[in-house]
Design a protein around this ligand. Structure first.
Ligand code: AMP
Length: 215
C-alpha cells in the first residue's frame, strides 16, 4: 500500500499518518519529522534547514528529493508506506513519479484532507507536540487544559517554532502558491480523493480507511 496524505499544514496529516501506519502495518514517512530530527541532531542538513523551517518556507526540492530517494531505496518501506508532507511542489511530485517508476512501484491513493483556513489557523496555534514521544495534541482538547506534560509519556509539550501566528500565515501562503498545484497534478491522474478533515480524529480515520478499501 502506497499512500500520499495531502493537505495544508495543521489539517491532521501527521496524526492520521501515525494511526494508519499502526493499523495497516506500513511505514510512516514524514519529511517534516525527518528535518526536525536533523535539526535536533545538529547534522549538516539540520543546520541548513533550521532557518528555512522556522521561517515557514520550503527546503529546496533537490534536498527533499535526495532525502526521499534515500529512504525509499533503503528497503525499509518495502511493505508499503505513507508519505506525509511530501511532495510539496510539482517538481517534487514529478521526481517522486520517476523514482517510483525506477523502483517498480506505484502510488495507490492520494488522500486530500480538506479544512477551512480559519480552522487550520486555530488548530495550528493550539497544537503542541511531545518532545519525547512526538505525539501531537491540541490544547482545545478537554483533557489537556493546563497540561504541560504529555499524558502518554510525561514528556514536555512544546509549541513548534513554525506554529507561531506570524509563521503560520507564511506557511499557508507558501502552501497556496507552491503546494496547491500538486493537488491538480494528482487529480488529473485520477489518484486523488478528497476527505473532509473537520471531524474527530476517529471519524477522519474511518473516512480514510474507507477510501483505501480497508473498512
Ligand atoms: P511539516 O511538519 O510537514 O509541516 O514540515 C515542517 C517544515 O519542514 C515545512 O514548513 C518546510 O519548511 C519543511 N518541509 C517538510 N517537508 C518538506 C518538503 N516536502 N519540501 C520542502 N520543505 C519541506
Amino acid at each position: 500500500m502506497i499512500l500520499v496524505l495531502f493537505g495544508p499544514p495543521g489539517v491532521g496529516k501527521g496524526t492520521q499518518a501515525k494511526l494508519l501506519a499502526e493499523k495497516l502495518g506500513i511505514v510512516h514517512i514524514s519529511t517534516g519529522d525527518m528535518l526536525r530530527e536533523a535539526v535536533r541532531a545538529g547534522t549538516e542538513l539540520g543546520k541548513k534547514a533550521k532557518a528555512v523551517i522556522d521561517s515557514g518556507q520550503l527546503v529546496s526540492d533537490d534536498i527533499m528529493v535526495g532525502i526521499i530517494r534515500e529512504v525509499l531505496s533503503s528497503g525499509r518501506s518495502a511493505k508499503g508506506f505513507i508519505l506525509d508532507g511530501f511532495p510539496r511542489t510539482v517538481p517534487q511530485a514529478e521526481a517522486l513519479s520517476s523514482l517510483l517508476e525506477e523502483l517498480g512501484i506505484t502510488i495507490g491513493h492520494v488522500v486530500n484532507l480538506r479544512l477551512a483556513e480559519a480552522i487550520v489557523v486555530k488548530r495550528l496555534s493550539s497544537r503542541r507536540t511531545c518532545r519525547k514521544c512526538a505525539t501531537i495534541y491540541n490544547l482545545t482538547e478537554k483533557r489537556l487544559a493546563d497540561q504541560v506534560k504529555c499524558p502518554n509519556c510525561g514528556g514536555e509539550l512544546y509549541q513548534r517554532e513554525d506554529d507561531r501566528p506570524e509563521t503560520v500565515l507564511r506557511r499557508l501562503s507558501v502552501y497556496a502558491r507552491s503546494t496547491t498545484p500538486v493537488e491538480e497534478f494528482y487529480r488529473k491522474r485520477g489518484l486523488l480523493t478528497d476527505v473532509d478533515g473537520s471531524g474527530t480524529v476517529e471519524a477522519v480515520n474511518r473516512a480514510i480507511l474507507k477510501v483505501l478499501g480497508k473498512l
